[in-house]
Design a binder for this molecule. Structure first.
Ligand SMILES: *[C@@H]1O[C@H](CO)[C@@H](O)[C@H](O)[C@H]1NC(C)=O
Ligand SMILES: *[C@@H]1O[C@H](CO)[C@@H](O)[C@H](O)[C@H]1NC(C)=O
Length: 442
């Protein structure tokens, strides 16, 4: 018995070690002076400029905007109908309301940059920059990428709004290292990032990822990769995340369809903050979102993430998200499938779950939405994990803990209540990449 337990513990130890160490090393093979400076600048910016002192104000700001969409209309009767939607263009949540359903969207693409809500709400991506058009789906030169490729666009110094000349499939040979002040805007084309490595933001800020299909992402083997005009460096093997956010801030990930990546679909670690993940449709994946990679990395306390209007769909297993240390606002998402649990964490994260719909799986052992690890009950009882206006179906239940208003340093401002989970089918109806055509409402 004792021997058994020891070997289990040992296994667990090796397992978590193996999972944690590569993340913390950033796949940076050589921490040269350029990368070191970048890391220091990003840490200073994230802590002193991107992190907000009063997260409740941000929580209320999003909820205010959701309420405005429904002002004067209290009916919950409009439900998601089965099958594909063929009616006139509908914008059903406050982010979409801000830009969608205009026939001139292709002439006014940058309007999107003013639509983000939540902790990522100051993200403007490449709004101040020129357009860059991806014409070439190849990815053959990682140090001197060819003009016309996606990789050439994302490493530029100046802000850029990156669009696609036509539908294409891009197989990334290694991680795509995205520099600051970029928008990748897949609208008007059917863009699949698949069969290779994923997207990485490391020590950067101000990036929008919109309207892409990201799926079947594999670990890259590493090598020399350019991350800016001024620098390339040696990177070790990547984990196979769809989107990896590392020491970065002001990131907005909106309206993407994502599935089946080797590691996480979206992972944000190493003191990343000011992130909004909205309107995405995720399917067929095990560990969906990881926020904070290590129980020992308390600098993740500054992590602030909004997860809103997403559809967590078929074939998902766990981590929607799995959190450490920071503040996580999980608002008006539709959880229609999970196999193990929906929301988990360790190390005292604050989780405000509002107005989601949680539909538990048939498995009687997997009805609990929440999952706490590496803490005894007397410890996790102190963590602020609150559920408000969530719609629980098929036996789903959320085990709450802590105070509704997190203790100081947060202000005593009251949290306003969210739109209830009964509205979620409407709010998330158009989650995922939208099929937009030039000249038609999108
Ligand atoms: C909708 O509900 C709110 C709160 O319950 C109420 O104050 C408001 O008057 C209602 N609006 C309509 C149009 O019924
Ligand atoms: C954590 O943040 C502090 C303050 O910014 C910094 O001095 C320290 O090096 C960071 N720790 C790690 C492990 O990065």
């Amino acid at each position: 018995m004792k021997k058994n337990m020891n070997s289990t513990l040992l296994l667990l130890f090796f397992f978590s070690f193996a999972a944690v160490i590569p993340n913390l090393q950033a796949n940076i093979g050589h921490f040269d002076p350029y990368v070191r400076k970048q890391a220091e600048d990003a840490a200073e910016y994230n802590r002193n400029h991107a992190y907000v002192q009063n997260p409740i104000e941000t929580v209320n700001h999003v909820n205010d905007h959701v309420h405005k969409v429904f002002a004067g209309r209290n009916s919950t009767k409009i439900e998601r109908k089965l099958g594909k939607y063929h009616g006139p263009c509908l914008a059903t949540n406050p982010i979409d309301r801000c830009w969608r359903c205009r026939a001139d969207w292709a002439n006014d693409r940058k309007r999107l940059a003013d639509c983000v809500l939540g902790f990522g709400r100051h993200t403007r991506g490449g709004k101040r920059g020129k357009f860059y058009v991806v014409t070439d789906p190849s990815d053959n030169d990682l140090v001197n990428p060819k003009p016309g490729t996606l990789r050439y666009g994302v490493i530029q110094t100046q802000p850029l709004w990156i669009i696609f000349a036509r539908s294409m499939v891009i197989r990334l040979s290694e991680e795509l290292m995205i520099a600051s002040d970029k928008t990748i805007d897949g609208r008007g084309a059917n863009v699949h990032i698949t069969g290779g490595a994923g997207l990485t933001m490391q020590f950067v800020r101000n990036v929008i990822i919109h309207g892409l299909h990201i799926h079947d992402i594999h670990p890259g083997s590493g090598g020399l990769i350019r991350d800016s005009l001024d620098h390339y460096g040696f990177r070790t093997a990547s984990d196979g995340d769809g989107i990896s956010i590392f020491g970065s801030s002001h990131i907005w990930i909106d309206h993407n369809s994502m599935s089946n990546c080797k590691d996480g679909i979206v992972d944000a670690i190493m003191g990343s903050t000011a992130i909004t993940i909205s309107n995405n449709h995720m399917t067929d994946h095990n560990e969906v979102m990881l926020f904070g990679a290590s129980d020992g990395y308390s600098n993740d306390t500054i992590m602030q993430v909004t997860i809103a209007f997403n559809h967590f769909g078929r074939g998902l297993v766990q981590r929607m998200p799995r959190c450490r240390f920071g503040f996580f606002h999980v608002l008006n998402n539709d959880y229609t499938h999970w196999l193990m649990y929906a929301i988990g964490g360790s190390r005292n994260p604050t989780i405000i779950s509002q107005g989601n719909r949680f539909i538990a799986p048939p498995d009687t052992n997997a009805k609990e939405v929440t999952h706490r690890v590496f803490a005894t009950e007397d410890v996790w009882k102190q963590w602020t994990w609150r559920s408000q206006n969530d719609l629980m179906m098929n036996g789903a239940f959320f085990v709450e803990s802590g105070d509704i208003t997190p203790s100081l340093p947060y202000s005593k401002q009251d949290m306003i209540s969210s739109k209830p989970g009964t509205f979620v089918t409407r709010l998330t109806r158009f989650a995922g990449a939208i099929n937009c055509f030039v000249g038609k409402p999108c």
